[in-house]
Design a protein around this ligand. Structure first.
Ligand SMILES: Cc1cc2nc3c(=O)[nH]c(=O)nc-3n(C[C@H](O)[C@H](O)[C@H](O)COP(=O)(O)O)c2cc1C
Length: 180
């Protein structure tokens, strides 16, 4: 699949077949995602693969903040990735001060790039994925025993797509681009 096709045909997939995602496939996707650009090549993104049904159901039942939409996605997915990042590197000087007025924001920027790269690599590999931002971050961070030097960023449900997902409408280039 060429790059444009991969970007244009990737969709957020919210329903999956029961078929598990092999470790070989997941590791290939992580390897591709590792090529995402990052602040001073700090490569702060980390991934926890949650693949036991009990744990995923517990997360769905306890950390989705009554947002049943996300709970149902997690309950129906064979694999849930918890994306974390190593704190205080991206956007920071060696002395631990902010490099720019963006402060801690570059950490989130880097995670966004790696998450999209992950999702594109998953799509290329024939898998579907959806990034989930609505969950009780602090409580889930504690449950997953994320080490103190890391922070939980996002969840990504992954699996073999059960059906085609429609493409939400995109803005026109003229709405997005301006020249000076
Ligand atoms: C940071 C972020 C958080 C998101 N959170 C959720 C979520 O909690 N639940 C969900 O169903 N989709 C979530 N999405 C998926 C978006 O709804 C989706 O990307 C958007 O509607 C465009 O659809 P597409 O990905 O198929 O192009 C999230 C996407 C991003 C980038």
């Amino acid at each position: 699949m060429d790059t444009n096709t991969c970007i244009r045909t990737r969709r957020s997939v919210r329903s999956f077949k029961e078929e598990p995602v092999s470790h070989a496939l997941l590791e290939e996707i992580i390897s591709v995602a590792s090529y995402a650009p990052s602040w001073k090549n700090t490569q702060i993104s980390r991934y926890i693969a949650i693949e036991t049904r009990e744990t995923m159901d517990y997360i769905a039942d306890h950390f989705c903040m009554s947002f049943s939409h996300n709970a149902n996605i997690i309950k129906g997915s064979p694999l849930l990735i918890a994306q974390t990042f190593v704190k205080n590197r991206s956007g920071f000087t060696r002395e631990g001060t902010y490099d720019t007025d963006r402060g801690e924001g570059w950490q989130y920027y880097d995670c966004g790039i790696t998450a999209q790269t992950f999702c594109l690599a998953a799509h290329e590999a024939g898998l579907g994925s959806v990034i989930l931002g609505v969950f009780d971050r602090l409580a889930l961070q504690e449950y997953l025993q994320i080490p103190p030097e890391q922070e939980l960023m996002a969840l990504i449900a992954v699996g073999h797509p059960a059906a085609e997902s429609p493409a939400p409408k995109r803005k026109e280039v003229s709405d997005l681009l301006s020249y000076r």
